[in-house]
Every structure is written in structure tokens, then in C-alpha cells.
Design a protein around this ligand. Structure first.
Ligand SMILES: [Zn+2]
Length: 223
């Protein structure tokens, strides 16, 4: 296990990554004999529901569950800008929530304009695994409701914009519930996201690295 001096990227779509990183795969491009090295997550993204058979997709996730390199289920979630109906999205999301609970791995969640539905889903469930919202860049008030319900927030390139909602949220949130990521940004290094975050919270880089490392061990490695 890498030491606390490294940068941990919990959500990346990059083809090649350096350091401690969780690469995110969608079920439609995944087969159990895909040669994947390193940590990854697997899920059926709400953008791709219409492009695959969801039962087959769940089967792929279920067969990957025993792989120790599979660190999370997702990204999965809800997106109201998509044409797939919300009930269908909720159904597919719920199936993945059940799979995550079955293998005791956290959920990496994509959520666009559906935070009320997401809060309701979590409130009405007895699921124990952590729920991590990736790419969070919403109002601090939304963050507050989510954090109170135990969600984790993962932030990325929005932190490079000092006036962004992500930056404002980060100023006042408990850092035990924070993760950092590069997501689909090919031109941004995870170290730049860390530097921006450290500046926003007024922390030494090393202390921030230590904090995220502890969060990572607790949430992804059950340590
Ligand atoms: Zn993503």
C-alpha cells in the first residue's frame, strides 16, 4: 500500500493512470477477461442504460464482485438531463445499490438534478455501504443535506475555479467526508486538484494527503 505522501484519485476515466487511482468502467465496455491492472470501479452509468441489456450488465458486475481490485460499484445514479425515464433510472440504480451491499463495496454516484430523489432513496433504505457523490459541484445547502445523511463528496476540476460551488462547499465541510478525482479531465493532474483543495481549506498539502489517505482506507479498504 502506497504511503500517505501520494495523491489518491478515486474516479478517473483515463486510459492510463499513474499512482493510486480507481479507474471507472461502464458495463457496456467491460468483459470479465478485460486485462485491467490496478484498482477499478464498475457500473451501469445512467447515460448508457438504453445502450445495453441491464440484466446482462448486472451479471457483469456480479461476476466482478469477488475481484479484490474492484473497489466500488459505479458510476451509477440518476440524471434528469437524460431521456431515459426516471423510474427506469431508479430501477437500474437500485439494482446496483443491492449489488454494492451484497459485496460490501461503496457506491460511486453520478447525480444530475436529482438530489431530492437520491436523498429519498438513501433515507428509505437500510444499505450500510458508503454513498460517494462524484464530481460534486452543487450549492453548499445541497451539500449540507447530503453530508448530514452520511454521503461522501468527491470533487474534481471545479475546485480550480475559486468561485465554484465545489470550492464554496469545500470551505465548510467535514474533511472526513471528502475525496478528490480527475474524472474525464485528460489535461488535469490529480496533484493540481489537491493543490487547489489545500489552498481552499488552508491546509498543508501533506496534511490533506494524510486526511484523504485515511478516508480512502476507511471507505474502500475497510481499514
Ligand atoms: Zn465519471
Amino acid at each position: 500500500m502506497q504511503t500517505a505522501s501520494g495523491f489518491i484519485d478515486i474516479h478517473s476515466h483515463a486510459a492510463a493512470t499513474k499512482g493510486l487511482c480507481i479507474r471507472s468502467f461502464d458495463t457496456r465496455d467491460f468483459s470479465t477477461d478485460s486485462a485491467i491492472s490496478g484498482f477499478y470501479s464498475l457500473g451501469l452509468h445512467p447515460w448508457f442504460i438504453e445502450r445495453q441489456d441491464s440484466q446482462q450488465a448486472m451479471g457483469k458486475i456480479a461476476s466482478a464482485m469477488a475481484d479484490p481490485n474492484l473497489l466500488a460499484i459505479g458510476e451509477c445514479g440518476l440524471d434528469k438531463l437524460q431521456s431515459t425515464s426516471l423510474p427506469k433510472q431508479i430501477e437500474v440504480f437500485k439494482q446496483q445499490i443491492q449489488l454494492a451491499e451484497r459485496c460490501q463495496k461503496p457506491l460511486i454516484i453520478h447525480c444530475v438534478r436529482a438530489f431530492n430523489e437520491l436523498l429519498q432513496l438513501k433515507n428509505s433504505s437500510t444499505i450500510q455501504v458508503p454513498w460517494i457523490i462524484h464530481g460534486f459541484n452543487n450549492k453548499p445547502a445541497v451539500a449540507e443535506s447530503l453530508l448530514k445523511q452520511g454521503f461522501y463528496l468527491s470533487m474534481g476540476k471545479a475546485l480550480l475555479i475559486p468561485q465554484s460551488n465545489a470550492a464554496k462547499t469545500l470551505q465548510g465541510m467535514p474533511l472526513q467526508q471528502l475525496f478528490l478525482e480527475t474524472d474525464a479531465a485528460e489535461d488535469i493532474l490529480i496533484s493540481e486538484i489537491y493543490a487547489a483543495a489545500a489552498k481552499i481549506v488552508g491546509m498543508e498539502m501533506q496534511d490533506l494527503q494524510q486526511q484523504i489517505f485515511h478516508n480512502f482506507k476507511r471507505v474502500f479498504l475497510h481499514d
